[in-house]
Design a binder for this molecule. Sequence first.
Ligand SMILES: NC(=O)c1ccc[n+]([C@@H]2O[C@H](COP(=O)([O-])OP(=O)(O)OC[C@H]3O[C@@H](n4cnc5c(N)ncnc54)[C@H](O)[C@@H]3O)[C@@H](O)[C@H]2O)c1
Length: 326
Amino acid sequence: MPSLPRFLSFPARRRGAASAGPGALGAGSPAGPAAQPGGSRGGTQGEPGAEAVRGAVVLITGAARGMGLLYARKAVEAGAGRVLLWDVDAAALGEAVAELEPLGPAELHPLALDLSDREPLLAAAADALAAFGTVNVLINNAGIVRGKRFWEHDPAADIEATLRVNTLAPMWLTRALLPAMLDDRSREARILNIASAAGTLANPNMSVYAASKWAMLGWSESLRLELEKDGHRHVSVTTFCPSYVSTGMFEGARGPLMTPILTPEAAASAAWDGMLRRTPVVMRPWTVKLGAALRAALPTRAWDVVGGKVFHVYSSMDKFTGRAGK
Ligand SMILES: NC(=O)c1ccc[n+]([C@@H]2O[C@H](COP(=O)([O-])OP(=O)(O)OC[C@H]3O[C@@H](n4cnc5c(N)ncnc54)[C@H](O)[C@@H]3O)[C@@H](O)[C@H]2O)c1
């Protein structure tokens, strides 16, 4: 993890507009001056649910690269009013902003923030609420992986870090932002939680990562049910469970049988479209659902043979190197 100030914010960046600091907007005006529709060249404007993003305040974690950056692109192209980009990698955030700026008139609010620290995260969430009143679209995307045997994990740097970034941070952030989302019935809100196929099946060399994503899936689905049960139908939750995606995070991993490694574009589009359509759970490719169904239907030892020797799930991480060979 690069060494940088934990809590480094940048001024808002918007083409043709002066920078808008948090004080520039009153609470309760989430759309604000940047929320004018028009000027967007995105392909998603006519899609079902596109109005949830048009003029919205969108917050994406892990937005500096990979699928997070693709969600940011989609938000800007779909006419979002403000896009909050949170990531631990300050340098990559700067590059992301440069890439996003020409795509549309959205105000961009990058923030270099280590999500594994609860207090700075909650302070940043409070700042966002003070500045914008609410967040209309929250994408809990940031994630890390350690690809090794469980007994090789360091208790703090591997186990605790993975659970903090992948599991606790989405819960802390959603807990902080949800009350304002519930209060604001003037428009639909969306929460997109990025879990993984690893949240549906056990797999050697990703025990802690799998644990973090199983927890994400169980929490995210329970939250969806609670919101539906209590009549908060303007806030919908989508959980995304992709198999391997070629962002570099899982470099060296091999796709199981009939499970090609997804392009980041295909994966992010599936999650984004599911979020717009209020789909509860999106699994890609289709074999993720098949694997989960077989795992549930078969006795464990039988699934071990099918998943391990037929689908080759259990050897998919054998040659994992991860990004930069780490
Ligand atoms: N790539 C895959 O094969 C795959 C498969 C299934 C699920 N996923 C999930 O999709 C999400 C995105 O994955 P990706 O492949 O785009 O990853 P990526 O590594 O390309 O991007 C992750 C981003 O999160 C940021 N991040 C990491 N730790 C952070 C922290 N402590 N605080 C703030 N930001 C932090 C990184 O700097 C990076 O910009 C993750 O949740 C991942 O677990 C990925």
